[in-house]
Write a protein that binds this ligand. Structure first.
Ligand code: NAP
Length: 285
């Protein structure tokens, strides 16, 4: 029976520490500020943005949400980003994805100054991550590394398999694992015989958005299993990509859904915002 990696509890603990760090920063005249831009009426995005705003308030990060209508043009959005790039009081800028279809996501992400790109999606930050330099790494994979640290899971030299190759989760996850000296394999929808990779893995990280991607017979006894997926089952209940009830009997550590990776994602966004403020302050000196 696996140890459950409690992302919710760890996130609360880290947020408590952040509160104190932010109080100290404020005494030095550093007031971390995040601006989130939400375009359109996507209801899931509205929930995510509300949670980010609330979490900022909990730790003392100033946050502002700019909402723009569904029919916003790309030019209008770029103008807002440019204004935020120029605004000296803003440390972090996040444009909530997905964007309405008339707006090109890549163009918008590239318009955010890399030093304010707390989501870590700008190609400069992606490049810095891939060469192992200091950068803003995407929040979800960073949160997973923080969980490994909390639970004393040493991934150096371990055989880690990432299922999923998105720019948001899979690829930056692989880069962070590599940075932490793991031996990394990335699998995806075209991978032949997925189970032949997962069965040999010491650590499996699943980020496909497909229920039951990882079942008990695909997992080695004692493996560490991280479930990034967020899906709904037939009853409308939130669930992940892993067959949790069965896999937890075989794994040594496992993350639940909800309460695993999700809460850590927001916490790492807060961490990136604090770091952006500190770097911004250093650059001003
Ligand atoms: P995505 O962009 O749709 O990417 C999914 C990846 O999974 C793709 O690389 C795809 O392969 C691969 N894949 C799909 N079906 C597969 C299969 N049967 N076998 C092997 N690989 C398969 O999704 P994402 O943005 O990475 O997100 C993944 C999941 O994590 C979603 O459920 C999302 O909601 C969740 N998520 C959660 C958090 C959180 O904070 N908890 C944050 C971000 C995302 P191809 O490249 O070949 O298509």
């Amino acid at each position: 029976m696996a140890t459950i990696m409690d992302g919710k509890a760890l996130s609360l603990k880290l947020k408590e520490q952040m509160k104190q760090r932010i109080e100290q920063l404020k005494q030095q005249g550093i007031n971390p500020k995040l601006v989130v831009v939400l375009v359109g009426d996507n209801s899931a995005s509205q929930v995510y943005v509300r949670n980010k705003h609330k979490s900022c308030g909990e730790v003392g990060i100033e946050s502002e949400v700019i909402t723009m209508p569904e029919q916003t043009t790309q030019q209008e959005l770029l103008e807002v980003v440019e204004r935020l790039n120029q605004d000296e009081t803003v440390d972090g800028i996040l444009v909530q994805l997905p964007l309405p279809k008339q707006i090109d996501e890549k163009t918008v992400l590239r318009s955010i100054l890399p030093e304010k790109d707390v989501d870590g999606f700008h190609p400069v930050n992606v490049g810095l991550l891939s060469i192992g330099d200091e950068c803003f790494a995407p929040a979800t994979p960073s949160g997973i590394i923080a969980m490994f640290q909390e639970y004393g899971i040493d991934i150096a030299g371990k055989n880690c398999v990432v299922i999923g190759r998105s720019n948001i989760v899979g690829k930056p996850m692989a880069a962070l694992l590599l940075k932490n000296n793991a031996t990394v394999t990335i699998c995806h929808s075209k991978t032949e015989d997925l189970a032949s990779y997962t069965r040999r893995a010491d650590v499996v990280i699943v980020a496909t958005g497909r229920r039951h991607t990882l079942t008990a017979e695909m997992v080695k006894e004692g493996a560490v299993v991280v479930d990034v997926g967020m899906n709904r089952n037939e009853q409308g209940k939130l669930c992940g990509d892993v067959d949790y009830e069965e896999v937890k009997e075989k794994a040594s550590f496992i993350t639940p859904v909800p309460g695993g990776v999700g809460p850590m994602t927001i916490t790492e966004l807060l961490e990136n915002t604090i770091q952006a403020a500190q770097r911004h302050h250093r650059a001003e000196k």
